[in-house]
Design a protein around this ligand. Structure first.
Ligand SMILES: [Zn+2]
Length: 263
């Protein structure tokens, strides 16, 4: 229920931006889990491709009832299972798509999933496209942490942070691992503080999850979560004392053990 509310709130905000022509040509979704990021990137793409152009996917037109992958004005770029990175050639194919004209007279939409896996060369190629985007072209990016996206790309994107509540109950562990990764990769104190807050929030969701599921090994899971919470409490103090994010990240990395696979 919480996840549905969070998604609806974000969609309403995007819809208002779209209706007032303030959506911009690059959206970047960060936070939550990989599946949630992909889901919202695809929903927003559908909303943009809908033939009613009302800022909402009507669910009835041919764009809304065709699989996104079959829509000629849609393109998806994602790391291959075995590669886990996207190359300059991947972005080249996307750039070519962006320059073609729309077959339906509306937007052309490209999603780049898990943009933190773009190589530096690929990110720079994407930057060239974003610096001079073709008209009626929108690029929808997702990434697990804002700090993993090239600052020059970030500065050209409207950043939308997805709340941890969106994570479905069965994948709280992924949310914690994403959040810890964001903490240990924070590039500034501000990012460090906000990723510590996100992790604390993910911990409280995981505790609720463990208590509700009555998992057999719940005592050790709860102990691990409480240890993590103590490490974060200490790192919050380091962040407040303006200790550099790199030193704080090293300090945390040395103290956080692997996530129990029951979580
Ligand atoms: Zn539609």
């Amino acid at each position: 229920m919480e996840a549905t509310h969070a998604l609806a709130r974000i969609q309403n905000a995007l819809e208002r931006a779209h209706q007032s022509d303030a959506l911009g040509h690059c959206l970047l979704f960060v936070g939550a889990g990989e599946q949630e990021r992909r889901r919202i990137a695809e929903r927003v793409s559908r909303m943009l491709l809908c033939e009613t152009q009302s800022g909402r996917a009507c669910g009835a037109c041919s764009a809304c009832t065709t699989s996104l992958d079959l829509h000629s004005d849609y393109y998806r770029c994602a790391p291959a299972e075995d590669a886990r990175s996207m190359s300059v050639d991947d972005v080249g194919a996307l750039t070519h798509f962006a320059t073609l004209s729309s077959s339906h007279g509306g937007y052309r939409v490209a999603t780049i999933l898990e943009a933190q896996t773009l190589t530096i060369q690929a990110a720079n190629a994407l930057l060239k496209l974003l610096e001079e985007p073709p008209s009626r072209f929108v690029c929808v990016l997702s990434a697990h942490a804002i700090s993993r996206v090239l600052p020059t790309i970030r500065s050209r994107a409207s950043v939308i942070r997805l709340p941890a509540e969106m994570i479905v109950e069965s994948r709280k562990g992924e949310s914690i691992s994403d959040a810890i990764s964001a903490v240990t990769h924070a590039a500034s104190l501000e990012e460090l503080k906000s990723s510590i807050d996100e992790t604390e929030h993910a911990i409280s969701l995981a505790v609720k999850h463990v208590l509700k599921q009555e998992i057999a090994d719940s005592t050790s899971d709860l102990r691990w979560l409480s240890d993590l919470s103590r490490v974060l409490d200490r790192s919050s103090r380091l962040a407040r004392a303006s200790v550099s994010p790199r030193l704080t990240a090293e300090w945390i990395a040395g103290r956080v053990g692997p996530i129990p696979n029951t979580l």
